[in-house]
Design a protein around this ligand. Sequence first.
Ligand SMILES: [Zn+2]
Ligand SMILES: [Zn+2]
Length: 179
Amino acid sequence: MLNTLLLINPLDLATGETGLDQLVKIFGFFFALFLLFFSFAIVIWTIDDVMSRTTNFWFQLFMTVLVMLFNIPGLVIYLLFRPSRTLSEESYDQLEQKMMDSSLSSHTQCPECQRDLQDDFLSCPNCHTEVKQQCTHCHKVLELDWSMCPYCKGKITPKHTTHPTHKVAPHKTLLADNS
Ligand SMILES: [Zn+2]
Ligand SMILES: [Zn+2]
């Protein structure tokens, strides 16, 4: 009995209103509720997005307040002014750059004139010093002191270099000379 009263009560209170008015009111109420949740979701999304793109607190705060106050127009302004890359994309780029730098620094240097050489150079183009040898079987570029090609397993006579800066250990060279 109490339940039915409670159910009917709001309808009874609206004196003189037709069922259609009630329906419009209920629809309006849910529409307002939807708009409220929608704008709330936009604000949450903005906070999440701005934090993934910048560590600047004032920019985060300003954009959040802007979207809170103006909602969709605020969101459009935010989308126009937000940093184009997220922080994780940014750090990935930096990592890529670092890797490129390190691969550049690992380039071979001429033991005589210290000029930067490409890894597949056989001789220094500047001072004509021999820096690598070519496999007689598969023609891959190999280190001067290698006696076997790691690519085709072909035997090669290691060439002994006279430059002291080359990576061949002195005793190793002596042993090879004696044999
Ligand atoms: Zn050189
Ligand atoms: Zn080979």
